[in-house]
Design a protein around this ligand. Sequence first.
Ligand SMILES: Nc1ncnc2c1ncn2[C@@H]1O[C@H](COP(=O)(O)OP(=O)(O)O)[C@@H](O)[C@H]1O
Ligand SMILES: [Mg+2]
Length: 364
Amino acid sequence: MYIQQVRLTNFRNFANAVVNFTQQRNLILGRNAQGKTNLLEAIHILAVGRSHRERREANLIRFGEKFYRIEGVFHHIGVRNVVEITYAEQRKRIRINGKEVRPIDLIGFIGIVISSPEDIALVKGSPGIRRLFLDMALCQMRRDYLRSLQRYLRVVEQRNQLLKRAQSTGRLPSEMSVWNAKLIEIGTAVVRARLRYLAEIQDRVEANFRAISGTPQLVQLAYSPRGYRIDNEVDIGDAIGEALESVLDAETMRGYTLVGPHLDDFVFNVDGRDLRLFGSEGEQRTAVLALRCAEAQAMKAVTGRMPIVLLDDVFAELDEERATALRALISDFDQIILTSSRAVGVDKEDINVIEVAGGRIVSG
Ligand SMILES: Nc1ncnc2c1ncn2[C@@H]1O[C@H](COP(=O)(O)OP(=O)(O)O)[C@@H](O)[C@H]1O
Ligand SMILES: [Mg+2]
């Protein structure tokens, strides 16, 4: 899968732009604040329907304008697909080859992995950021996960409503047990898929980490359930069920669900220590890059299709050895689009250079 062209109208600082990419290596070059990340953001939106860094759609519309439009031309084994996303009057429309589709129909249609400086939050940030990583990776690879996750989140919402009712009436509605059973059943499926995914990327993350850092450290990703314990995969449902019973009073007091995969997390351990607490900045950056590369590798292994890989400014933070190691690591990936403010260490013969300045494509 690769993107051949993107067309932007009123997106961020681009009034109108057309950018062409090659199937292999592409470099978006430009000084700070010229629109490099905005371009990657547009491609990311085409692939999964949402920005990797902005929740509010309105902020993506060019200042002073009323709508944005992004169109991408993709190719996969000889098939050409056009994805178009417009946002106007607080409504987003997604079309694939001219036909309107729902956001969930888009996810997984084009595989994408993005690594950006904000990724450091995958180590340092809140659990929600790591859950989003797991969910985005899994949703792109597995339709059944996407459906389970959607159903699960709806169950939590329903259950929260019942808990709020219990909070104000002082009595637990009788349907509660039905929703508990659903939470346990669907929640278990979500947790199992996440555990399997972590197992799938574990060795890759470790190998990538060693390759980039050049040191043979032991890297482990440990799933970290909130409010319950996982002793073995068979008993996950029982563990969630027991935990739900024990937190019921707290839940009715607070009015929301306190146990389940919507609160779970995972931890990076390097040589047995939590990277969040004990890792140097360099180790944390290396871990995050190792994770993103593993995400791409696993996507290829599971779906048979290498995703488009977007690397936003990742080489800027790395020393020369690590940068060289990362280049070697990604040398067998398919399409890569990277951004940089300097054309250092790139051979312009082998790379398609696209220069941006002030929201315009000045060459490429
Ligand atoms: N909605 C918007 N309308 C117009 N300009 C925007 C909008 N959102 C961001 N920008 C501008 O885009 C620029 C940043 O672009 P970005 O792609 O993040 O830069 P970089 O090239 O450093 O990656 C800033 O000058 C910012 O003001
Ligand atoms: Mg940027």
